[in-house]
Design a protein. Structure first.
Length: 159
């Protein structure tokens, strides 16, 4: 044992990591993308939420988009998922995995967003949506969604 190891104070015990699984969607309508505002409108992100027991990730994505934004959509493609860590206010450490899906708009009005969940919902052209997204990992999801949506619009079969 080195002198440094002998004199180092014991490391505090970390709490275990809680795992969470969510699903969300990127809705496209007429070349525009639906984003939600959070943190008092300071953050723009993709709608997402917890997958409930007995629910598929596709079902959860459609439900969460509808609940948070007032918009209904139909899943047309799977998008890359993301993983990240965060610490809750009570000190719990969380590792979250989010499955994302590309959705075509089928109905609803973004004015019907849930103010208990989000601070707003708004449509943006692709470029503006990409620049407004607050998190780089969601930007990568949106860039892949744009590739798929562009290929579908031009009749391509890229995936």
């Amino acid at each position: 044992m080195s002198e440094h190891e002998a004199s180092a104070p014991p490391r505090p015990r970390r709490s275990p990591v809680e795992r969470q699984h969510s699903a969300g969607g990127l809705v496209v309508r007429d070349g525009h993308v639906l984003l939600i505002a959070t943190a008092g409108g300071r953050r723009w992100q993709l709608p997402k939420g917890h997958v409930e027991r007995g629910e598929s990730t596709r079902q959860a994505a459609v439900r969460e988009v509808r609940e948070e934004t007032g918009i209904s959509g139909r899943v047309v493609a799977e998008l890359p998922g993301i993983d990240y860590f965060f610490v809750e206010k009570d000190g719990r450490r969380v590792r979250k995995h989010v499955d994302y899906f590309l959705l075509d708009y089928t109905g609803g009005d973004e004015a019907d967003y849930d103010p208990g969940e989000v601070d707003g919902a708004r449509w943006f052209p692709w470029e503006e949506a990409l620049s407004r997204l607050s998190h780089a990992n969601e930007r990568r999801v949106a860039e892949r969604a744009r590739e798929l949506a562009t290929a579908a619009q031009s009749g391509g079969d890229e995936q």
